[in-house]
Design a protein around this ligand. Structure first.
Ligand SMILES: Cc1cc2nc3c(=O)[nH]c(=O)nc-3n(C[C@H](O)[C@H](O)[C@H](O)COP(=O)(O)OP(=O)(O)OC[C@H]3O[C@@H](n4cnc5c(N)ncnc54)[C@H](O)[C@@H]3O)c2cc1C
Length: 309
């Protein structure tokens, strides 16, 4: 097991910001994971399970705890036949989505452009273009805080819009249960009158939309705020935080090196050596301006780790 001390978290987050983690452990097996949890217990420190750091803002002061990054046996995809797959938590979601697509299975293929891991995707119930991981996930295997391996059904996972039982139970900086793997039941494309080539074309369309609408050339962590719950009568514009942020005149607004993207108002980008505090302050400024102008409360989608002002 590899244990690093004072590892800069900017190297592990898509925002490219964040101070040192007191300990940073790469856990390649269940034994490594148990040792990492023992290390946290021995040192009297909290722990945090890191995915690919693509929905995460780590404080400039860092994290006084043990960051655990899963790898090795947690990166496996097992093909169980008939559109059933078991996927390790460290597997990149994009790799799994493309793997299923190549075999002609539908259900998750439009999510190939989401840059997270399976663990992060289950935790957030990541989704896009009408698909969500929770939609075709059948079970999730976890390690609970007492060291027991549990198998949760979809119903027990409590998937909702960008949330799950894991995110609902967690504090702001600690995963309640460690997601080890998930199983999926996908649909044979032919049963939908589609071919693998059709699925490829659907994915290509989604990827082109991402490229055209998202600031992919600058460090960011995806949508800053969650879609609004505006009720059944809502139009797409009424539920999109970016609509209100743009109407409030905030596109291009900067605090320090952080900027409200000029391409997509619901993205904050690290435009010029931003600090984590710049990004947090900018997100709060946006919340206050949108509340002032429209009486709407925006809820942050991005997760904060460590101490901020
Ligand atoms: C350019 C860009 C585009 C994006 N587009 C989308 C999109 O279309 N849809 C969407 O939903 N999201 C999108 N995101 C956000 C992000 O990629 C997703 O939320 C993703 O699921 C986060 O996964 P991660 O592995 O990076 O998790 P991290 O950011 O590392 O962690 C997120 C949370 O998950 C927890 N977690 C991670 N792994 C585990 C585990 N094994 N056990 C327990 N808890 C765990 C962490 O503790 C943390 O609380 C985008 C991000 C970027 C940068």
């Amino acid at each position: 097991m590899q244990v690093l001390e004072n590892e800069p978290m900017r190297a592990h987050t898509s925002f490219k910001v964040g101070g040192p983690a007191r300990f940073f452990v790469k856990a390649e097996s269940k034994d490594d994971l148990k040792s990492a949890l023992s290390l946290a217990r021995e040192k009297g420190l909290p722990y945090f399970i890191l995915g690919n750091g693509t929905n995460l803002l780590v404080s400039d002061k860092g994290y006084e705890g043990v960051v655990i990054s899963l790898a090795g046996e947690f990166s496996e995809i097992v093909d169980l036949g008939g559109g059933k797959f078991k996927v390790g938590a460290a597997t990149p979601l994009g790799r799994f989505a493309r793997h299923t697509l190549k075999q002609g299975y539908a259900g998750i293929h439009k999510l190939a452009g989401i840059p997270g891991t399976m663990g992060g995707a289950i935790y957030m119930n990541a989704g896009a273009y009408g698909q969500e991981v929770g939609g075709c996930c059948t079970t999730v295997t976890t390690l609970d805080s007492d060291g027991n391996i549990r198998e949760l059904t979809t119903a027990q996972c409590g998937f909702g819009y960008r949330q799950s039982i894991f995110s609902k139970c967690a504090g702001n900086d600690k995963a309640s249960e460690i997601i080890l793997a998930a199983t999926f039941q996908l649909q044979d494309a032919s049963s939908l009158g589609l071919t693998a080539t059709d699925l490829e074309a659907e994915l290509a369309e989604c990827m082109a939309k991402r490229k055209a609408t998202q600031p992919l050339n600058m460090p960011n962590a995806g949508s800053t705020f969650k879609r609004l719950d505006a009720g059944a009568a809502a139009t797409p514009a009424q539920v999109a935080p970016g609509y209100y942020i743009e109407q409030a005149g905030l596109k291009g607004y900067r605090i320090g090196g952080a900027e409200v993207s000029t391409l997509h108002a619901n993205f904050i980008v690290n435009a010029n050596n931003a600090t984590a505090q710049d990004i947090k302050s900018l997100s709060e400024y946006v919340q206050s301006k949108v509340a002032e102008k429209f009486g709407i409360k925006l809820h942050r989608e991005i997760i904060l780790l460590g101490e901020f002002e």
